[in-house]
Write a new protein. Sequence first.
Length: 134
Amino acid sequence: MNYWLIKSEPFKYSWDNFVKEGKSVWDGVRNYQARNNMKAMQVGDWALFYHSNEGMEVIGIAEVTKEFYQDPTTEDPRWVVVEFKPIKKLNKSVSLKQIKEDSRLENMVLIKNSRLSVQPVLKEEFDIIIALSE
DNA sequence: GCCAACGTTGGC
DNA sequence: GCCAACGTTGGC
């Protein structure tokens, strides 16, 4: 089982929208690194749901419910989507500031390559984030 | 709203 | 295959 972090701008698609709909088709990714990460996702993997720009915090946990397939929003065969469902909202959101201040998390992709919208997370990092949220 | 960092495109 | 120009992301 692998862990990931997926970013969304709450203006466009927030955690609350996600919960209301009960599932999400993660479309519109147009970056090779992000796409490769999506292709590596397996059903049952967990992803931290992060609000970028506004909020700048990890707000909940999503689970992969469907592995990658052709992105229906484009004809271009290079791009794919995966599907998620919400697992739970964190008791307390974990902010980017908190993550930056924790030296155990200094190697997170979120810090090192902040622009990548779909990123891998180590189990240790995932567990630390969860601990911070309680 | 600004701008640094990064990715992509296209001319050569 | 290099690199300048451009576009986008996202933190501040």
